[in-house]
Ligand binder design. Structure first.
Ligand code: NAD
Ligand code: DAU
Length: 345
């Protein structure tokens, strides 16, 4: 089987590609990524000599590039990770979120349908459901009520996928996961940002009162859930993915400082994120009951392991934070990968 993975140079996408090549040698991968600020080919260097992994630099919103890719590689299925993924960036400028996440999804759906892919999986997020109060969980029936421009762009993309299923009979499925942590995460997100700042002795910026709640899941568990849904879920289905692992932000930050043996005096409460969602929490009983998926990792051991990964890969973090990783693409891969220049509507 051959699958097209989009966004496979980003945090979750690269973890997914590495996992699949390790666990499923029978599945070959075409990996399409635009290499925005968040895409890092260094994440994939273990696959440099792997003939069953082909990297294509292209924009998922570029119909011509997708047509060429589908004609050349004829993937059997698509797993769509590529997106602008950071809420704070969407508050500063929503346009790239609309172009990449909404238009990009529609172009990909159109080309995938035209070329008759057997299965399409949309990697979505629990943020499409909006914010919870002190009680309750998001189920797959919770109405979509996104609050940030990022979440709104992901909800719009989900609705375009549902429309393709309903109108065109596309075999598509949607996954909605909670917050991920683990290796290779861009250090703009809470956990790697706090680790990097603590190591540099810089303040740890906690938004508002720090009592917002997130439901943390190790990235490897998200990846295994996506594969289970891709392989075994019924066409048109939606699955929530979560770890039943709710933490207040401030408690996560304190735990990290304790693991790093750094003082809590580094914590700095700063102005809150506008429109900040208070609480996310996932009811993942459908994926457990239907597909037998459950998280394998526990936060109590996987968070310290994640911290150790960042300690052992300080050069990676420094290159990402300085932007130097962008040079890697030219130096390491220059002429060796198919390269379609980004196009924009
Ligand atoms: P990321 O920002 O680390 O990576 C995104 C990748 O997509 C990058 O490699 C980037 O270069 C690529 N990309 C962006 N626009 C593109 C375009 N137009 N064409 C081709 N490639 C493009 O994101 P992530 O955290 O790995 O998230 C991956 C997906 O999972 C996203 O769809 C996100 O909404 C979803 N998700 C993330 C989380 C989380 O906690 N990080 C949780 C649930 C769902
Ligand atoms: O829930 C899934 C979502 O999780 C994904 O769809 C998004 O792509 C992913 O970015 C993540 O969104 P969040 O906004 O929850 O993640 P972030 O790491 O940005 O923030 C986690 C919490 O920490 C949130 O309540 C905001 C807070 N925070 C974040 C940063 C970067 C701070 O207090 N300080 C910070 O500096």
């Amino acid at each position: 089987m051959k699958i097209l993975v989009t966004g496979g140079a980003g945090f979750i996408g690269s973890n997914f590609v590495l996992m699949l090549r390790r666990q499923r040698p029978d599945v070959s991968i075409v990996n399409l990524d635009l290499l925005t600020y968040a895409g890092n080919l260094e994440n994939l260097k273990d696959l440099e000599d792997d003939p069953a992994h082909v990297f294509v630099r292209a924009d998922v919103a570029d119909r011509e590039a997708l047509e060429a890719l589908f004609s050349e590689h004829a993937p059997d299925g698509v797993i769509h990770f590529a997106a602008e993924s950071h809420v704070d960036r969407s508050i500063l400028d929503a346009r790239p979120f609309v172009v990449n996440n909404v238009l990009g999804t529609q172009v990909l759906l159109d080309v995938a349908r035209k070329h008759g892919v057997a299965r399409y999986l949309q990697v979505s997020t629990d943020e499409v459901y909006g914010s919870l109060g002190a009680d309750g969980l998001f189920t797959e029936e919770t109405p979509l009520a996104p609050n940030s421009p990022y979440a709104a762009s992901k909800a719009a993309a989900d609705m375009l996928v549902a429309a393709a299923v309903h109108t065109h009979g596309l075999d598509a499925v949607i996954t909605r996961c909670s917050n991920n942590y683990g290796p290779l995460q861009f250090p703009e997100k809470l956990i790697p940002l706090m680790i990097a700042n603590a190591l540099e002795g810089r303040p740890l910026p906690v938004y508002g009162d720090g009592r917002q709640v997130r439901d943390w899941l190790h990235v490897s568990d998200h990846c295994s859930a996506i594969w289970a849904v891709f392989e075994r879920a019924a066409a048109g289905s939606v699955y929530n993915i979560g770890g039943n692992n709710e933490w207040e932000n401030i408690e996560v930050v304190k735990l990290m400082l304790s693991e790093l043996d750094r003082p809590e005096s580094l914590i700095s409460f700063v102005k809150d994120r506008p429109g900040h969602d208070r609480r996310y929490a996932i009811d993942a009983s459908r994926i457990r009951d239907d597909l037998g998926w459950e998280p394998a990792r526990r936060f109590e051991e996987a968070l310290p392991e994640t911290i150790r990964w960042y300690l052992e890969h300080r050069a990676w973090s420094e290159r990402v934070r300085s932007g130097a990783y962008l040079d890697y693409y030219e130096a390491q891969y220059g002429a060796r990968i198919a390269d379609s220049p980004p196009s924009r509507p």
